[in-house]
Write a protein that binds this ligand. Structure first.
Ligand SMILES: [Ca+2]
Ligand SMILES: [Ca+2]
Length: 209
């Protein structure tokens, strides 16, 4: 078990329970840690309240956009599971994510993610799309995701051939298509657009826990 407490998040709780994995009552701190590190494989961290003996297991680490700073909830402490992902990678719902700040073309971005043991991010749900946007998109500009129609014009798929497309977040009127726009990125609102694959943008790599 390896946890670290983040004192910046003392006495606060998330805005809502979207990223809760489980809420457990009548548990000591150590037992809560056992649940997070052993019993729940996708646990990224825990909120623990010693007076209430209540433990909330989390799918992701918290960030400033996920927390309600205006309303104090005294006694809650945040401990992140350091074993959830490698240093520099952020956990969410059983996967780890890394924002590469060096802008590059889509092919190079994809190859670099493979070198890191992962793949160019596959956004499988609205929840994942929202979390990615809040976690990584603090500035303007586009961020590549892994969808493109390079293989077959008009048929958008992820870079890994076996991955199903279960969610898309296209802006109305997109994908605009054509041979000049075959790779997709998302903006700071989480909306997708297809653009030229040889444009250079930052990109997110994803891998399993
Ligand atoms: Ca994914
Ligand atoms: Ca477009």
């Amino acid at each position: 078990m390896q946890f670290t407490r983040l004192p910046a998040y003392d006495d606060v709780l998330p805005v809502d329970s979207t990223h809760y994995l489980a809420e457990l009552q009548k548990l000591g701190y150590i037992q809560c840690g056992v649940h997070c590190s052993v019993l729940k494989p996708h646990c990224a961290g825990m909120l623990y309240n010693g007076s209430l003996k209540t433990c909330i297991l989390l799918k992701s680490h918290l960030n400033s956009g996920l927390v309600n700073w205006d309303q104090p909830h005294f006694g809650w402490r945040l401990l992140v599971n350091l074993n959830a992902c490698q240093p520099g990678w952020s956990p969410f719902d059983g996967h780890c994510y890394f924002l590469n700040m060096t802008s590059d073309v889509h092919d190079v971005a994809s190859a670099t993610c493979q070198q890191h043991g992962g793949y160019l991010v596959e956004t499988d749900s609205s929840e994942e799309n929202t979390w990615l946007t809040k976690e990584f998109h603090s500035s303007g500009g586009w961020i590549w995701n892994g969808i493109s129609d390079k293989v077959q014009n008009g048929k958008y798929r992820w870079t890994r051939p076996d991955s199903q497309v279960t969610f898309t977040g296209w802006r109305p009127g997109e994908p605009s298509g054509g041979s000049g726009s075959q790779c997709a990125g998302f903006d700071q609102t989480g909306i997708w657009n297809d653009m030229g694959c040889n444009q250079r943008y930052r990109y997110i790599c994803e891998r399993d826990f």
